[in-house]
Write a protein that binds this ligand. Structure first.
Ligand SMILES: Nc1ncnc2c1ncn2[C@@H]1O[C@H](COP(=O)(O)OP(=O)(O)OP(=O)(O)O)[C@@H](O)[C@H]1O
Ligand SMILES: [Mg+2]
Length: 248
């Protein structure tokens, strides 16, 4: 059974914050979940991450972002989850304009985005279940709700039998599947994955893609960066190609 670090605070998500955030959602863009308009990103040292990028993603899309190292793939995703701010232009995700978005509003947006990284970013001293549950605890879900959600997330990624293992006891593929379960346990409408298959062999990489495809079949929008052209061909989804910070 689930072993959680501590019993969480029973207070659930602050409903007044939720109302304010809902008001942000622009009904006119209901079916658009991600929009970049004339977005430029210049880093403090003058390096240009993106030049004048325009992108629209509709709810339910599954798109790859490809491009050589340094072409701006991670920069694009970072702008979407608010780890970086655009220098110019508008970045709109799930109805939020990220310009100047911070504090509670940024936290509310991030709750609606599942993020998967190449290096998994699991907490080594927590079991698989605890790594997944931790996200929900931090968001104030009740203990009962956490128990209700963790099992299906584990099942989705085929790791029910590894629930009580620690990350070091898992293969790379299993660690990545744990990180996907963590990303989706609060059922976000959007999953952003930055080179999620970068450290995996072809079989494990394909397992990850299959899980993301399944999520997409349930309506989750997926945006995923990769260098792996074979994988892109096999997965058969539209591709946005970046070259030196431009979409080409
Ligand atoms: N924090 C930063 N400070 C300064 N320059 C940065 C920073 N992050 C990225 N860059 C620069 O922005 C450009 C795009 O980098 P980005 O990380 O988005 O590329 P990428 O396509 O994800 O590459 P990779 O395939 O190697 O992960 C590069 O020229 C990079 O050096
Ligand atoms: Mg990158």
């Amino acid at each position: 059974m689930l072993k959680l670090p501590t019993k969480p605070n029973p207070t659930s998500v602050n409903s007044s914050t939720a109302k304010t955030s809902d008001a942000n959602i622009n009904n006119a863009q209901k079916s658009v979940i991600v929009k970049l308009e004339n977005v430029r990103k210049t880093y403090a040292n003058g390096a240009v991450g993106l030049h004048d990028v325009n992108i629209k993603l509709y709810k339910g899309d599954f798109k790859f972002i490809t491009g050589h190292s340094g072409s701006g793939k991670s920069t694009l995703l970072k702008l979407l989850y608010g780890a970086e701010q655009a220098t110019d232009g508008d970045v709109i995700v799930n109805g939020f304009n990220l310009k100047g978005l911070k504090g509670n509003n940024l936290a509310m947006l991030r709750r609606k985005i599942g993020i998967v990284f190449q290096d998994y970013k699991l907490v080594p001293k927590r079991t698989v279940s605890e790594n997944i549950a931790f996200v929900l605890m931090a968001q104030g879900y009740t203990y009962k709700e956490i128990q209700r959600r963790v099992q299906p997330a584990l099942k989705m990624v085929g790791l029910m039998h590894k629930a009580d293992c620690f990350p070091e006891e898992l293969s790379g593929g299993e660690q990545q599947r744990t990180s996907i379960a963590r990303a989706i346990v609060n059922t976000p409408p959007l999953v952003l994955a930055d080179e999620p298959t970068g450290n995996l062999d072809p079989d494990n990489a394909w397992q990850v893609i299959k899980i993301l495809k399944k999520l997409n079949s349930f309506g989750v929008t997926v945006l995923l960066t990769t260098h792996d052209e074979q994988l892109v061909r096999a997965a058969n989804h539209p591709v946005l190609h970046l070259q030196n910070g431009y979409i080409v």
